[in-house]
Design a protein around this ligand. Structure first.
Ligand SMILES: [Zn+2]
Length: 248
């Protein structure tokens, strides 16, 4: 289900800067989206402004209320990468196959207003993409390098998905086999994410994830590190619980 703005693009007709990224999934990114009369009549399009306002309201809610999103915002601030929601987060109309993405060229998170319509989904997209934003700011990632991409996808899956409770509810984990199952979950999600945004084979994606897995899986910054100063106990408790693999 993942969804970043860095898919290989076959057509070299755009500016070089944008080649190699998944802008075909995000038509508004290059200004090619125009709701046609056919889309308005038959697909219910033409309501993009209303969708956008609703989306922006839910994004604002998550920025205020989601502990995980707030931890990430605090970590970005602490690392000198403070974001301003109106500049760095955009609600847009996207391809049906994605919920959101991170645009490393614009340093902007895209929330897909037509597919990410619940607060829960938006919170998930925001947390995931904020990890990519953090990595891009603090580690100077090259998203065209498949190993860099694999690493940040491993970290996003490790830090924001694959919780113990959810995997137990799904019936394929217990506290006794959690560690192995958790690693499998992260690996699987990272491979799916790489495949979603790059035109590579399953084997190539798996190979890239395997190559960097141990190092990137062990890297829990910034959530596994106590961010001193700004965060209240509740947030720290949340971060600790999260590290234990509990979904809150
Ligand atoms: Zn991702």
């Amino acid at each position: 289900m993942d969804d970043d703005v860095h898919k290989e693009d076959q057509k070299p007709s755009k500016s070089d800067e944008y080649d190699g990224w998944g802008f075909d999934l995000f038509p508004e990114r290059r200004g090619s989206f125009k709701p046609s009369l056919k889309n308005i009549l038959f697909k219910g399009r033409g309501k993009e402004n209303i969708e956008r306002i609703k989306c922006e309201g839910k994004v604002a809610y998550c920025l205020n209320k989601s502990p995980l999103v707030r931890i990430m915002l605090g970590a970005l601030r602490k690392s000198g990468c403070e974001i301003s929601p109106s500049r760095h987060i955009a609600c847009e109309y996207c391809d049906q196959s994605v919920h959101g993405g991170y645009d490393p060229i614009m340093n902007q998170i895209v929330i897909c207003q037509n597919t990410a319509t619940s607060k829960g989904t938006i919170q998930g997209v925001l947390s995931h993409e904020l990890i990519h934003m953090f990595d891009n700011c603090t580690r100077k990632l090259d998203f065209r390098n498949i190993e860099h991409l694999a690493c940040t996808e491993i970290r996003a899956a490790n830090l924001t998905h694959c919780g113990l409770i959810s995997s137990m509810l799904e019936g394929h984990s217990s506290p006794f086999n959690f560690k192995k199952k958790h690693q499998d979950c992260v690996k699987h999600k990272a491979v799916v994410s790489v495949l979603a945004v790059r035109n590579v084979t399953f084997e190539q994606a798996t190979q890239a994830v395997d190559k960097v897995f141990d190092r990137c899986y062990a890297d829990l910054e910034p959530i596994g590190r106590r961010i001193k100063g700004k965060l209240v106990d509740y947030d720290l408790a949340y971060a600790e619980a999260f590290l234990m693999g509990y979904d809150i």
